[in-house]
Design a protein around this ligand. Structure first.
Ligand code: GLN
Length: 542
């Protein structure tokens, strides 16, 4: 029998519902349960694929090619639950599916309404994840309780206990307990109000996870318990973690959230084995090396836009016992101030994926600097395309070489629209998306890092390395280190005479975990550690 946990949030957004949900999933898996995870987002876009990174942060791509919310990245990094298209629905998708049914005549002349048609559709999406090989489905509801947009989702999950049994459902509500300096105390009123709104809707939370800067004392917890109608032990403190997000599951476990869940559902399970997780934190706290990595993109000031890349760099650091300091640099600043001025002193460079012309020349210049100065470099998607542009212009002498994404009439279109993309006009879900197999060249850096010559990685792009320039660029020194299995699409380029210059058309950051760093990120960090040691030696500083 499958049980359901619903995670909601109140008072303010950005409380870390995604991290908390992922941590609960991880703890339940560590106790031997089979978990599925799902996020329901109240916005009307069909998926985040068409949204600006400023609005939404990164678009997280799954193996099946779905473009999803970045919280699914937390789910994948923390758990081993299979994630598919069915794990992320938006209001837009729900309405689209109901409207398509209406157009097919499936409602037989009835008036189609939010209740019951939209709520039934939502309910079905949650219940569809239940199966004989799933013990617990964790469904996170995006947005904040009290928002107009969230109402149909909250109404739908209110109804689920009627279908699945109240004893098989658990409501976990995340809330903020702010510290008021002027009063010198924590304030529980916002929590009381947000639980009040939930109870008006008909949802009585079973557990309150209280986000707070300072520790809650027993009297705060007693007050919350009494006014919000939950047992004292179910008022859980989740203090801000200034060190690492990977502390969150351990802190929730020390507050016994996994025991609360198991007791509530009457499930017996062995204690959690968290050795691997303790090891991660031990390594983070006791690094043997330190490196600084420049991340040159156009959303430097917006961390969420490159969420998985920051995480994957940390994972590389965990694998290599290294503290990784990442500094985001705006590629337009490189255009203004020059790569030499902004990049000297770094031990490695990452140029991430992206779209649009702004800042392109700065990325190309940064890569040229890494090439010439033998600075370890990892290029991702657009970062790989910029590496090809740099090589074409500066190694092969093809002046003005460019991507047709940015210069339609360039004399040397070294990056061009993929054949399968010709004539594609619609925007959502139409790129080359999801897991694709690639074959690596024997002896390449990539093959050495992966330890194999056949890999599967996730893609999200419309443009590609132009096959017509392949021979010329190879002759100029750009090595083709990976292609699609039929050899037609270039997936990885490298420089041979360079400590670590690897650029890939796919997104390795989506497959990196704290417990299993992606080989390309741990390869980059290893090269950066060597570079750092070499430069310390050269300057006499150790
Ligand atoms: N804009 C490029 C393309 O569509 C790169 C995409 C990306 O970096 N995700 O091919």
């Amino acid at each position: 029998m499958t049980r359901h946990i619903f995670v909601t949030g109140g008072v303010v957004s950005s409380l870390g519902k995604g991290l908390t949900s992922a941590s609960i999933g991880m703890l339940l898996e560590a106790r031997g349960l089979r978990v599925r995870m799902q996020k329901l987002d109240p916005y009307i876009n069909v998926d985040p694929g068409t949204m600006s990174p400023y609005q939404h942060g990164e678009v997280y791509v799954l193996d099946d090619g779905s473009e999803t919310d970045l919280d699914l990245g937390h789910y994948e990094r923390f758990t081993s639950t299979p994630l598919t298209r069915e794990c992320n629905y938006t209001t837009g998708q729900i309405y689209l599916s109901v409207i398509n049914k209406e157009r097919r005549g499936e409602f037989l002349g009835k008036t189609v309404q939010v209740i019951p048609h939209i709520t039934n559709e939502i309910k079905q999406k949650v219940l569809d994840l239940a199966s004989s090989d799933t013990d617990i489905v964790i469904t996170e509801i995006g947005g904040t309780v009290g928002d107009i947009e969230s109402l149909p989702f909250l109404e739908a999950i209110r109804q689920i206990p009627l279908a699945a049994g109240r004893e098989n459902c658990m409501f976990i509500h995340l809330t903020l307990v702010p510290y008021l300096k002027a009063a010198g105390e924590l304030k529980t009123k916002p929590t009381q109000h947000s639980v009040g709104i939930l109870r008006q809707i008909g949802i009585q939370p079973d557990v309150l996870v209280c986000r707070t800067e300072r520790g809650l004392d027993v009297s705060d917890r007693e007050k919350i318990a009494l006014f919000c109608n939950v047992p004292l032990e179910a008022v859980i403190e989740e203090r801000d973690k200034d060190f690492s997000i990977y502390e969150v599951p351990l802190s929730l476990q020390s507050n016994r959230i996994d025991d609360l869940v198991l007791r509530r559902f009457g499930i017996q399970a062995p204690p959690a084995d968290l050795d691997a997780w303790h090891d991660i934190l031990h390594r983070l706290r006791n690094p043997e090396h330190e490196v600084s990595i420049a991340l040159v993109g156009k959303y430097a000031e917006h961390r969420d836009a490159y969420k998985s890349i920051y995480e994957a760099l940390d994972h590389g650091g965990i694998a290599r016992h290294t503290q990784v300091r990442v500094q985001a640099i705006n590629s337009e600043d490189i255009e203004r101030e020059g790569a030499e001025r902004l990049l000297a002193g770094f031990d490695g460079l990452v140029v991430p994926g992206g779209f649009g012309e702004r800042g392109i020349e700065g990325k190309v210049e940064a890569i040229g600097f890494a090439r010439a100065r033998k600075l370890p470099f990892l290029g991702i998607c657009l970062g790989m395309q910029c590496a090809v542009i740099d090589a074409a212009r500066n190694l092969a002498g093809l002046a003005d070489a460019h991507s047709t994404e940015f210069a339609r009439n360039t004399p040397h279109p070294v990056i061009c629209l993929m054949d399968e993309q010709q004539g594609v006009e619609a925007k959502g879900g139409t790129m080359r998306l999801g897991a694709q197999t690639a074959v690596l060249a024997e002896g390449s850096k990539a093959a050495a890092a992966y330890g194999t010559t056949r890999i599967s990685e996730r893609h999200r792009h419309r443009y590609e390395f132009n096959e017509r320039y392949r021979r010329q660029l190879e002759e100029a020194g750009l090595a083709i280190a990976g292609t699609s299995p039929d050899g037609s699409l270039v997936e990885i380029v490298e420089l041979v005479d360079h400590p670590w210059f690897v650029a890939v058309q796919f997104h390795p950051e989506f497959k990196s975990k704290p417990t299993a760093a992606h080989p390309l990120f741990s390869g980059l960090i290893a090269a950066a550690v060597e570079r750092h040691a070499g430069s310390a030696w050269a300057t006499g500083n150790s």
